[in-house]
Design a protein around this ligand. Structure first.
Ligand code: ADP
Ligand code: MG
Length: 331
């Protein structure tokens, strides 16, 4: 029922940035090549995510809004390590706590749209759209005033949105991203843009990291690529001379999904232990890919913790391959 949905929704969607994360992950899952994110007032009044992915068929629009009905976990997608969402909770949650409109078109069909506000789903209507999907979320948490109070300033929420869009963009160099601030209406202002990167995995990633973290990081980054017992670690880790005074330039991904995990950041720290003073932090963008059965990335829906079946293996892989790369670079 609507009240239960709203409570559950608060667990999945904590703030505008978590809504942006869910919507952008859906666009990535849909095979989009271009993803545009527009926000107004720190995402509080408007979040709009436009993609050129596979679209949702008109008859499936109501399903996309019903809790657990679409969960990718019971499909063959479970074995696809780059499928992010498999909880089937995001869209129903967003529809429970805000005003949500999904407009979509699958190739060869007419576009259609569906609207839900405070959990009340309206009928599917015809719409105009060339391709892909536009998800528009207005007035987040209008239906849950208690939640509204927890939101920070527009500026802080906009910053959190920018951070999550950049993290997601790091993991998907072949997808073009734009983030636009449309507060006050009109075309707005582009606050982040990353064009599609071409080339092999490392070339594309290196170019994307240069774009997001800056040339200096890219020029001081060691390429990492190591596999141990089904766990592959790859990405770039900066030379100790490029360390930072705060742990702000640490980007970790498990199966393509951004995570914040104490065990992993601890391993990163341990790898640089001999080269950094206590107040310096290593900078790195590292990806661990493995069979999804070896890791649980959904310990909590809105948190980005991970639980490896063998934490020692993940830790050892990070420490030894980074130390090896640092040694080869003369440390
Ligand atoms: P989940 O991603 O866990 O399946 P969501 O609530 O995030 O659950 O999305 C529900 C479903 O709606 C997805 O499984 C997908 O089929 C469809 N969907 C959502 N967003 C998009 C999109 N941008 N493009 C195509 N399909 C989408
Ligand atoms: Mg999803």
């Amino acid at each position: 029922d609507a009240a239960i949905n709203r409570i559950a929704a608060g667990e999945v969607v904590e703030r505008p940035a978590s809504a942006v994360k869910e919507l952008v992950e859906n666009a990535i899952d849909a095979g989009a090549k271009r993803i545009a994110v527009e926000v107004a007032d720190g995402g509080k009044t408007l979040i709009r995510v436009t993609d050129d992915g596979c679209g949702i068929a008109a008859e499936d629009l109501p399903l996309a809004l019903s809790r657990h009905a679409t969960s990718k976990i019971d499909g063959s997608d479970l074995l696809n390590i780059h499928t992010f969402g498999f909880r089937g909770e995001a869209l129903p949650s967003l529809g429970a706590v805000g005003r949500l409109t999904i407009t979509s078109r699958v190739p060869g069909s007419e576009a259609a749209k569906i609207h839900v506000a405070g959990g009340k789903v309206e009928a599917v209507k015809p719409a105009a759209l060339r391709t892909g999907t536009v998800v528009e979320l207005r007035d987040l948490f209008y239906a849950t005033p208690a939640r509204l109070k927890f939101m920070r300033t527009d500026r802080a929420e906009a910053q959190a949105i920018s951070d999550i869009v950049k993290r997601l963009a790091m993991a998907e160099p072949a997808i073009a991203f734009t983030l636009r601030d449309v507060s006050g209406g009109g075309e707005g202002r582009v606050t982040f843009r990353a064009d599609r990167e071409n080339g092999d995995l490392f070339d594309a990633l290196h170019a994307r990291l240069a774009r997001i973290l800056g040339r200096e990081f890219a020029e001081n980054a060691l390429q990492i690529d190591a596999t141990r017992e089904g766990l592959r670690l790859y990405g770039y880790a900066a030379l100790p001379t490029y360390s930072r005074g705060a742990a702000v330039a640490q980007y970790l991904f498990v199966n393509g999904r951004p995570v914040r995990d104490k065990m992993l950041t601890g391993a990163l720290r341990a790898a640089y232990f001999d080269f950094l003073s206590r107040d310096r932090h290593p900078a790195a963008a590292l990806f661990i890919d493995c069979d999804p059965t070896l890791v649980d990335v959904n310990v909590h829906p809105a948190k980005s913790e991970v639980r490896f079946r063998d934490p020692g293996l993940a830790r050892g892989l990070i420490v030894s391959s980074l130390r090896h790369a640092l040694a080869e670079a003369g440390h």
